[in-house]
Design a binder for this molecule. Sequence first.
Ligand code: HEC
Ligand code: HEC
Length: 348
Amino acid sequence: MTRVAPFVLVALLGASPAPAAENPDAALLSEAQKLFKPLPRDLATAGFPITTERIALGRVLFFEPRASLDGTVSCARCHLPALYGTDGLARSIGVKDRPNPRNAPTVLNAALQPFAHWRGDRTSVEDQARKALVGPPSFGQPDVESAMKQLDAIPGYRALFQKAFPRDPQPVNADNWASAIGAFERTLVTPSPFDAYLKGKVSALSPSARAGLRSFIQQGCVSCHNGVGIGGASFQKFGLTSDYWKETGSKTADKGRFDVTGNEADAYVFKVASLRNVAMTPPYFHDGSVASLPEAVRVMAKVQLGKDLSPEELTPLVAFLESLTGGVPESFSASPVLPAAGFTAQVR
Ligand code: HEC
Ligand code: HEC
């Protein structure tokens, strides 16, 4: 029998039981809980409250093409449920086949963000929904009234608007269009395995995804991609350590927020993308210039952090990003029946 020297015994006793902070899984979880937050049940705010009637109307309007200039373009044309609220194109195609200058981000969890669009030139999902009516490469209407006139001519809409906005004498108007669609969007939340993890279930993430989370924090991705959206809440220059277009192969260099503010400091500045459901929403970046997620992560590490990551280093990061995929809500995946003789939305 080996004799245990008293000082060894003291050391052993002092070391056990291991405090939580020395368990690497517990330490990672507690660090992650400080940097990220799980999704709430919905994204209503004091300024943008939601009601059942508005959500129901907004859901119908989201799939309604008849408010557009030629009657063929709905929100769902570029934000398809089957493609996680995106269109799979590098850049969207709107009314009369007009090309959009940028890639369509997902509408899932979009209302989390304090502003919308890649350049932050929309203040809320409601502001976005109103302006989409007159966006030339979107609905293409000359003014919002023309769009509302087209809707009001369809039997059934006035009653739906009246139910959702009972105190409004003329409820079929663009503000109510925006509030209703916004209310629907504020219900499009997609809790993921990472949310279960943040609530304390360590096994919700695979060991590889946990290694990726650790790397995401240690490499510095988290300095921009953090909080409940894992991004989506701030602006940063795309290409901090080198020009982005050299890595993405973008044919034109979009100057980003500079074109909105005119401020030199905003050159090549874009919204930090929210990474929720990112594995399901290729192609990547504001111009859809990168087709695969591992390549997008490689580009990010290179141009934001000045790091060359090996394929072995990319794998766990991608596994972590895959853990941000949630389920598409049924209210979004099933097309609603639209007013007037059961007109069913055609989503291409
Ligand atoms: C022709 C395609 C098209 C149509 C139609 C369209 N969108 Fe979009 N959507 C886009 C593109 C492209 C962007 C990004 C624009 C930009 O950043 O410059 C976008 C951005 C958004 C965003 C901001 C997301 C974010 O993370 O910043 C929301 C929300 C959104 N659209 C909702 C809607 C709604 C609601 C409708 C219907 C009223 C609609 N869209 C109609 C293509 C479209
Ligand atoms: C200095 C801030 C910053 C850092 C650090 C950063 N990102 Fe980003 N990230 C951005 C910005 C800004 C965008 C949007 C770029 C664009 O398309 O204009 C973005 C976009 C992305 C996208 C594409 C999302 C989409 O839907 O197109 C992915 C994926 C991504 N980042 C992952 C990462 C990873 C992984 C790391 C760490 C290796 C990282 N980012 C580090 C700011 C940052």
